[in-house]
Design a protein around this ligand. Structure first.
Ligand SMILES: [Zn+2]
Length: 120
């Protein structure tokens, strides 16, 4: 097995949609993260088929200042998507199922709400 030779790669349409969803709310640093998202590449995608993935942004990207916890959730599908950042740079999207079943599929983005709160 050769692992995932196609990585890093440009985000798929769905991955872009997840980033756009998470960055659709206003919080400190969102302008920098939106800029980074346009140039980010996917370095890892969860093999189970869900929407979890890791990102890398170019070294010359302007880092965001300020901290925020950005979460999108769907009550209907019982799933959370969390924006992960590292030192002001996009690092990926984490997915957590809260339902009985770990569905292991990409959730439908149409039923999500998004909010940003103060970061830890
Ligand atoms: Zn997964």
């Amino acid at each position: 097995m050769s692992g995932m030779p196609d990585l890093p790669r440009a985000p798929t349409e769905t991955e872009r949609a997840v980033l756009e969803l998470l960055l659709s709310v206003d919080f400190p640093g969102v302008a920098e993260y939106r800029d980074q998202a346009r140039r980010a590449v996917v370095t890892e995608r969860c093999p189970c088929g869900c929407l979890e993935f890791s990102l890398a942004v170019p070294d010359d990207s302007h880092p965001a200042s300020g901290r925020a916890q950005v979460t999108a959730w769907s009550e209907e599908q019982q799933v959370h998507l969390d924006l992960e950042t590292r030192r002001g740079r996009l690092a990926g999207v984490a997915l957590t199922w809260f339902g009985e079943d770990d569905a292991r599929i990409a959730p439908d983005l149409g039923t999500f709400e998004v909010a940003a709160g103060p970061g830890a």
